[in-house]
Design a protein around this ligand. Structure first.
Ligand code: EPU
Length: 337
């Protein structure tokens, strides 16, 4: 167990914000995690996973516990399916590649998402037609205050669009220590419905794709529009795609016939925040070192020395502009700390 004080978190958040932790404990074993929790008052604890979905707007005057638990294993398998478990500190994309190497299917559309396995259920991460909940079997978690170990099944997690019970009712109460996934063997169900995936496969002349091809397609699509956090600090989509009611949508469509949309049931419509921000003329907009990415307007980027406050201010400016132009209220997808 490594303990330091007044520690910079710059390398621990994908925005690359130089905020400090009053105390920083990195735990790489379950025993160390329990020890660290026993030593610290629950109210003094701040849990840090991959740091890929947060904007640090201030120093953290608490004990930051960095979850470095690693390990992946096969729990059970039948002829068609396998249940695998990965520890919370495993890098998400490395875990996806491991599954692909074993020819286990289900995670390929979620290739190259930044972050760690342990935080994937909190967000119910999703991309290219697949969400974590589609492959989620269960997760193990430890209660921060009582140290009780609990297993959460899918229904306990209350998954929604970029949402779960861990972001709502049970926020800050548990630390997810490992996640189990139910993946396919042999007869994989490919999700190629997303236009860009189809286009990439056609371009590569792949007529009978396998899960590795889908993963390669997703990697290529993501690399073409989403900045690599190791090169340009960012936290993926900064806002959620807003869901508006049908009447509102039809009015917008009259004004902007080209607006992309996805119906959710009959009465609600999800519209891409990236399109709204782009349409408002803010794609590529920059204020100091804080900016809107040039290829995907939903992503805010840190060109170097932006502070969390500056990025937050930029996000407020975007929010105000979208509200005045479209009457739509954007909500952040990242956790503002
Ligand atoms: N668009 C624009 N201009 C832009 C960005 C997007 O016109 O600058 C348009 C696109 O042309 C497209 C539509 O908006 O018609 C949707 O864009 P895209 O396919 O890039 O996806 P998105 O809705 O912006 C969501 C997720 C991403 C995920 C992609 C692919 C959210 C908040 N974001 O983005 O997730 O990778 O779909 O499935 O749901 C993340 O959560 O961090 C993330 C990157």
């Amino acid at each position: 167990m490594q303990v330091t004080e007044n520690t910079s978190l710059k390398n621990y958040n994908t925005f690359g914000i130089d905020a400090k932790a009053q105390k920083f404990i990195s735990v790489s074993s379950y025993e160390d995690l329990r020890k660290a929790l026993q030593q610290t008052y629950a109210s003094e604890i701040f849990i840090l996973g991959g740091g890929s979905n947060m904007l640090l707007t201030q120093d953290i005057n608490k004990t930051v516990i960095h979850i470095g638990l690693t390990g992946r294993k096969i729990i059970s398998e039948t002829e068609d399916a396998v249940v695998v478990e990965a520890s919370a500190g495993e890098n998400w994309h490395q875990f996806v590649l491991w599954a692909l190497d074993h020819d286990f299917g289900g995670l390929e559309n979620l290739s190259l998402i930044p972050g760690n396995v342990g935080t994937s259920p909190i967000q119910n991460i999703g991309a290219y037609g697949v969400e974590l909940k589609d492959v989620f079997e269960s997760c193990n978690a430890i209660h921060i205050q009582t140290l009780e170990e609990v297993t959460f099944k899918p229904k306990d997690c209350e998954f929604g669009y970029r949402n779960s019970v861990f972001k709502q009712r049970l926020k800050g109460e548990y630390i997810i220590t490992s996640v189990r996934f139910r993946l396919s063997k042999n007869h994989h169900k490919l999700r190629t419905g997303y236009g860009a995936i189809k286009d990439w496969l056609t371009g590569e002349k792949i007529t009978k794709p396998g899960i590795k091809d889908i993963s390669n397609a997703v990697i290529a699509i993501r690399q073409s529009k989403l900045p690599d956090p190791r090169v340009l600090g960012n936290s993926g989509s900064f806002f959620k795609n807003p869901i508006i009611n049908k009447e509102e949508y039809l009015k917008l469509q009259e004004k902007f016939p080209e607006i992309p949309s996805y119906y959710i049931g009959e009465d609600q419509v999800k519209v891409p925040a990236g399109w709204l921000i782009d349409k408002a003329g803010l794609k590529g907009y920059r204020r100091g070192d804080a900016g809107v990415h040039k290829n995907q307007a939903l992503v805010l980027v840190n060109y170097g020395e932006a502070t969390g406050e500056e990025l937050l201010d930029l996000s407020r400016e975007i929010k105000n502009k979208i509200y005045s132009e479209f009457g739509i209220k954007l909500e952040p997808e990242v956790n503002i700390i």
